[in-house]
Design a protein around this ligand. Structure first.
Ligand SMILES: CCCCCCCCCC(=O)SCCNC(=O)CCNC(=O)[C@H](O)C(C)(C)COP(=O)(O)OP(=O)(O)OC[C@H]1O[C@@H](n2cnc3c(N)ncnc32)[C@H](O)[C@@H]1OP(=O)(O)O
Length: 218
C-alpha cells in the first residue's frame, strides 16, 4: 500500500519542520475563516485574491507528487499532516489534538464558521468526520487499529458551532474487528453518539504493528 513512508530526518530538524507546518496551517486556517465571514468591499476582495494567488504560486514552486501520506521518522515520530481531522498542515482540519487515557481518547477544540451545516450548527458530515477519527484513534490507542468498516451515528441534537468535546473508547475486539464508540458534546449536552467497526484489512495484517497505526504525534 503506497503512502506509508519511512524517513530519517534529524530530530532537531523535524521539530523545526513541525513548528513551521503548524504555523503555515494556522495561517491558512485563519484565512479560511476570514474567507467565510468577510464583509469587505469589492476592491479589498480583489486585493486579497491577488495576495492569496501569489502565496499559492510560491507554495507550488516545489511540491510532492502525491498526497502527504503517513511518514514514519527514525526517531519514532510520525507525521500525518494531510489528515482531514488531525493534519496540522491541512487547513480543512480543525486540527484536533487528541489526548490518550488508559481506556479512552478525548479532545476539546473549536469548530468555526467553515464547518456550518444548518445555520449556526455543525454540518452532519463534519460530525461524522470527527467521530470516525476519534473512534479510530480509540482503537489505535487500545492497540487494535483498523480502517472504518461501518460507522453508525445518532444525531441527538444540533451541535452549535464553537467549543466541542469528543470522546472515544474501544468496547471490544473480535478477530480482526474492533468495536468502538464515542460522543460529541457541547455546553448544551450530548449532541451525537456513534458506534463503529474498525477492521484490520487483509493487506495490513502481516505488517509490523508500528506500521499499522493511523495516527501521529506530530
Ligand atoms: C491499517 C490501519 C490504518 C488506520 C487508518 C485510520 C484512518 C481513519 C479512519 C478512516 O477514515 S478509514 C477510511 C474509510 N474506510 C475505508 O476506506 C475502508 C474501505 N474498506 C476496506 O478497506 C475493507 O473492505 C475493510 C478494511 C473494511 C475490510 O477488509 P477486508 O476486506 O480485508 O476484511 P475481510 O473480508 O477479511 O473481513 C474481516 C472481517 O470484517 C468483516 N467486515 C468486512 N467488511 C466489513 C464492514 N464494512 N463492516 C463491518 N464488518 C465488515 C467481515 O465480515 C469479517 O468478519 P469475520 O472475521 O467475523 O468473518
Amino acid at each position: 500500500m503506497s503512502g506509508y513512508i519511512t524517513e530519517e530526518i534529524p530530530a532537531e530538524e523535524l521539530t523545526r519542520q513541525i513548528e513551521q507546518a503548524r504555523e503555515l496551517g494556522d495561517s491558512v486556517r485563519r484565512l479560511v475563516t476570514a474567507t467565510v465571514v468577510t464583509d469587505v468591499g469589492e476592491e479589498e476582495l480583489a486585493e486579497a485574491r491577488a495576495h492569496i494567488d501569489a502565496a499559492a504560486e510560491i507554495l507550488e514552486r516545489s511540491r510532492i507528487d502525491s498526497s502527504f501520506g503517513l511518514r514514519f521518522n527514525s526517531d519514532g515520530r510520525l507525521r500525518n499532516w494531510g489528515n482531514a481531522v488531525e493534519g496540522i498542515r491541512n487547513p480543512l482540519a480543525p486540527p484536533v489534538e487528541f489526548h490518550a487515557e488508559a481506556d479512552h481518547v478525548w479532545a476539546e477544540f473549536d469548530l468555526g464558521p467553515q464547518y456550518e451545516g444548518p445555520p449556526g450548527l455543525v454540518h452532519g458530515g463534519v460530525i461524522g468526520l470527527i467521530l470516525d477519527q476519534v473512534l479510530g484513534n480509540a482503537a489505535v490507542n487500545a492497540g487494535s487499529p483498523g480502517m472504518t468498516g461501518t460507522l453508525t451515528i445518532r444525531y441527538r441534537q444540533g451541535t452549535a458551532l464553537g467549543p466541542i468535546r469528543v470522546e472515544g473508547r474501544l468496547d471490544r475486539t473480535e478477530g480482526h474487528k474492533s468495536f468502538a464508540s464515542g460522543t460529541i458534546s457541547t455546553a448544551d449536552g450530548l449532541c451525537a453518539e456513534a458506534e463503529g467497526i474498525f477492521i484490520m484489512p487483509r493487506w495490513a495484517r502481516g505488517l509490523d504493528a508500528s506500521r499499522q497505526l493511523g495516527v501521529g504525534d506530530a
